[in-house]
Structure formats: structure tokens, C-alpha cells
Design a protein around this ligand. Structure first.
Ligand code: PRT
Ligand code: ZN
Length: 226
């Protein structure tokens, strides 16, 4: 059973693209905080909702382990870790509760500018650089395409220029990074944005009511923003 608590704990990204918009959304929903000296923990003042500031990659695991009740994280990260767990035969411990409308981007194939895009013909035997091996692996598997996945934690778009890969599968927003590396975006693997993630099972204690109140407030804010 998850740890019992009488306050809700939300994980958000400590420093990165999602940090400011996540804090702004929570503030617009009426939350206010007292920051700890190391800025790792924000103690909720207006509501019994505390924030834990962490690396975005840690957020799904913190929910799975019951350390945090909710989290704001890119759908790309959440689904990648869900597929990873599924491939190890583990049950699904978290789910997407809401799309939050910020941090929009797409996981896409980027190919050399001179190529046509005929995945079934072109991809077999090729090396594809990505930070999302589970998402890419499932896409390839569903099409019966046998290609080599080259795992890179950053600077994925450099891989073709360095000869480490033939093409990439990476996050794209403006497309500027791809074109700066003489690559063109051709196909969307996943449409992503920041999401509110929570456990698969609902809360059995006072956190249920707090979470419900928070969701109502977030929905109100997002409706006005639309
Ligand atoms: O330190 P920590 O691990 O927490 O941060 P991080 O470096 O892993 O994450 P961060 O802050 O870079 O991104 C957090 C989330 O923002 C991602 O998981 C996505 O859900 C979302 N997001 C939105 C993006 C982008 N847009 C984006 N453009 N994440 C990364 N990019 C990168 C992309 O990887 C590529 O290098 O930006 C480049 C492409 O941008 P364009 O505009 O040139 O196309
Ligand atoms: Zn990260």
C-alpha cells in the first residue's frame, strides 16, 4: 500500500523547460509555497499540497514508488518509462490524468535532406540515434522493421554528422535543430506536451479529496487559457 499522508506531494522539474510553466500553472490554481533553503522542497501554504523539485526523468518512478502522489512531466518521458516497465513485465504504476497544454513538442524521425521517406524500404539495417529507445522500438516492432537503435542521452542530432547513426528519432519543436544539422523532420512517433501524471489506483485517504480539488482548479485555469 502507498505511504499514508495527509498532504499531497507533487513532483515537478527542478530546472528545465517545464519548471516555470509548471509553477505558473500551480500558482494560477491558487497554490502558494514556502521554499526550502536548497529549493528542493516547496511547502504548500494555501493548500496542503507540497512540491518536490527533481530531474524530469525521476518523476514517473517517484509516482510508481509512492514517494510522490502526482507529477508534471513530458508525455514522452512518461510513455517511454511505461513501455520500459512493460517490456520488463512490470505492471503499469502510473497514468496520464490531464494534458497541461505547455511543453508541446513531437518525437519525430529526422532524416538526411536528400532522402525520400519510405520507412519500410529505407529503415531496415539502418542505425537510428534516439533518447527514446522504447518508444522507437515499439514503433519499429509494430511495422516489422529491423533497424539498430543507437541510444544517446543528448545531442542526438549530431549523430549522423559524426557517423554514429544514419538518422535520428528525437524531440522537435521549431525544427531548427534538425535543419541546423542538415536533417528534415518526416514522421511523428508521438505528440507530446507536459501532462499531470498520477498513480493507476486512486487515493484511499484524505489525498483523494485534495487531488480532486486540485484537478478542478487546474481544469478551471486551463479552460480560461484555451
Ligand atoms: O535536467 P532534466 O533531466 O530535468 O531536464 P532535461 O534536459 O531532460 O529536459 P528539458 O528541460 O530539456 O525538457 C523537458 C521536457 O520538455 C521534454 O521531456 C519535453 O517533454 C519538453 N520539450 C518541449 C522539449 C522540447 N520542447 C525540445 N525542443 N524537450 C527537448 N527539446 C529539445 C530537443 O531534444 C532538441 O534537442 O530541443 C531541440 C529541438 O528543438 P527545436 O526547436 O530546434 O526543434
Ligand atoms: Zn531529463
Amino acid at each position: 500500500a502507498p505511504n499514508e499522508r495527509d498532504r499531497l506531494r507533487i513532483a515537478i522539474q527542478k530546472s528545465g523547460r517545464l519548471s516555470e510553466p509548471a509553477l505558473a500553472l500551480l500558482a494560477a490554481a491558487g497554490l502558494s509555497w514556502q521554499e526550502s533553503r536548497d529549493k528542493q522542497f516547496y511547502y504548500g501554504e494555501s493548500l496542503p499540497i507540497d512540491l518536490l523539485l527533481v530531474r524530469d526523468d525521476d518523476i514517473p518512478g517517484l509516482i510508481a514508488d509512492g514517494v510522490c502522489d502526482l507529477g508534471m512531466v513530458g508525455r514522452n518521458v512518461l510513455i517511454e518509462q511505461q513501455y520500459e516497465r512493460e517490456s520488463r513485465g512490470q505492471p503499469r504504476p502510473f497514468r496520464e490524468l490531464r494534458g497541461l497544454g505547455f511543453g508541446r513538442c513531437r518525437l519525430m524521425f529526422g532524416i538526411p535532406e536528400a532522402w525520400d521517406w519510405q520507412p519500410e524500404v529505407q529503415l531496415p539495417g539502418k542505425r537510428i540515434a534516439t533518447s527514446y529507445p522504447a518508444l522507437l522500438g515499439r514503433w519499429l516492432q509494430q511495422r516489422g522493421i529491423d533497424a539498430t537503435v543507437v541510444l544517446m542521452s543528448g545531442s542526438v542530432e549530431l549523430a549522423p554528422r559524426l557517423g554514429q547513426a544514419d538518422l535520428v528519432c528525437d524531440l522537435v519543436s521549431s525544427g531548427g535543430t534538425l535543419s541546423a544539422n542538415q536533417l528534415k523532420p518526416v514522421e511523428v512517433v508521438l505528440d507530446s506536451e507536459a501532462v499531470l501524471a498520477g498513480p493507476t489506483e486512486s487515493f484511499a485517504d484524505v489525498r483523494a479529496g485534495i487531488a480532486e480539488l486540485l484537478l478542478r482548479r487546474l481544469d478551471g485555469v486551463m479552460k480560461i487559457r484555451d
